[in-house]
Design a protein around this ligand. Sequence first.
Ligand code: NDP
Length: 377
Amino acid sequence: RTAMHQCQRRLFSTSRSRMTTMPAWVIDRYGSNDVMRFTKNAGFPVINYPNEVIIKVHAAGLNPIDVSMRGGYGAATMAMKRDPLNVLQSGNEFPLILGRDVSGVIMECGLDVAPVYFKAGDEVWAAIPPWKQGSLAEFVVLNANEVSKKPKCLSHTEAAAIPYVAATAWSALVNTGGLSMDNCAKKRILILGGSGGVGTFSIQMLKSWGAHVTVTCSQNAERLVRGLGADHVVDYTAGPVRGPLTALEKFDLVLDNVGGATEGWAPGLLKPWCGAKYVTLVTPFLQNTDRLGVADGMLQTGVTVASKALKHLSKGVHYRWGMFAPNGLALDDISEMVDAGKIRAVVEEEFGFSQVPQAMLKVERGHARGKTVVSVS
Ligand code: NDP
């Protein structure tokens, strides 16, 4: 295996490094937090394609999906993305490394990457797709188009708080919601669940694009979200928010980070018949594929989303699902916004690399006020 590893590196990579193992936090089965295992002998990532880069991880950001994936969430779809020909062989993914955000330094480049796009030593950040090995490790391999130059004004810890939520918000608000810096002025946006990772990033991006932003959150998060620019805040712990939100002028877009019952009434807060959109990030897509298998799960998903979209279209509003999508180009734009002082990292708590289980528990407890980040080196 080591010989094959070295051979692949000679074929596609500019480096002649001989490392074959690295420290990492891995899981060998799905379960609760006690499945997290530290090892010094995780497989060193290999450049398999000439457009890949190996990043030395300095900081890793955690997201709710890490806790969910630790428990097996999305396993069926991820298995298909990793290896479509062996989708029925369970357990191939182990040892699995979690961690969806990385800030670090390029250590090795594929032959198509250097020196045009990146070179060894570049400081970069990226959101790691859930089907790839994550950043709770000393090194990670990614496609160069998933990677972007890190904002100069941020430390690695701060930078690791942004990419996954930023790529998700970009996918939901820009690609799905149709918003951009050129069409946001005076648009009224409602963010349900504004105090966590996606919310704290989205508020800042939308405000820098000139939107009017209303946010729901707990009373004790009001100061945080107002400090990020939220124009109007509704405290969901004071009672049902539907009434106070219905009393407001209607919205051009609702970003739903909460899901559940909100889906029943939140589309009714939109301006009808003028292209307004309800975009929810809380979708049953991966539960469906976990429960029914990939083919039936996707079919079920298609039927569900199509029937909901049609139902809402008849009332004059668009119903959409927002999904994370890796996007190095979006991170380039976001990096500029950060360096221009328009977006800041909201790091709630930083943990050392030996404290990964504690960091996972922190995310699992919920009530996030921004992001949890692990300092790796
Ligand atoms: P976080 O855990 O960082 O934040 C969630 C926030 O919502 C917390 O601050 C929480 O604080 C607050 N909250 C909880 N209940 C309510 C409520 N009823 N009303 C208002 N606020 C509430 O999560 P993320 O921001 O990272 O993600 C948000 C959601 O989006 C998650 O459900 C996540 O799974 C999903 N997601 C989906 C993706 C996709 O590809 N579809 C990608 C990324 C995220 P408190 O409880 O103290 O009020």
